[in-house]
Design a protein around this ligand. Structure first.
Ligand SMILES: [Mn+2]
Length: 89
């Protein structure tokens, strides 16, 4: 695997949780406290924009990749994630 070892961790998500996946273009340029504060922005898309803006404002010269996942109620936890997509195959 090109000498790379993935870091894998299982977390128990609860309704209302918000998960952040990001590249080091964000995490190396914005401190965790500010990231946490911006993640509390209720509108997910606004939070995304604010996180990317903060990284660029702090001089990030790397790519800034940010994914926010909100854990929502109403999905059968036994169903596969493909079944949860809003668009049928
Ligand atoms: Mn990077």
């Amino acid at each position: 695997m090109n000498g790379l070892t993935p870091s894998v961790r299982r977390v128990r998500a609860q309704v209302g949780d918000r998960l952040l996946l990001c590249s080091d273009g964000l995490s190396d340029y914005v401190d965790e406290r500010e990231i946490a504060q911006l993640l509390r922005t209720s509108d997910r898309h606004a939070a995304l924009s604010q996180l990317v803006d903060a990284a660029l404002r702090n001089g990030s010269r790397d790519n800034v990749t940010v994914v926010i996942a909100d854990v929502l109620p109403g999905q059968d936890p036994q169903a596969g994630w493909l079944d949860a997509l809003p668009y049928p195959a």
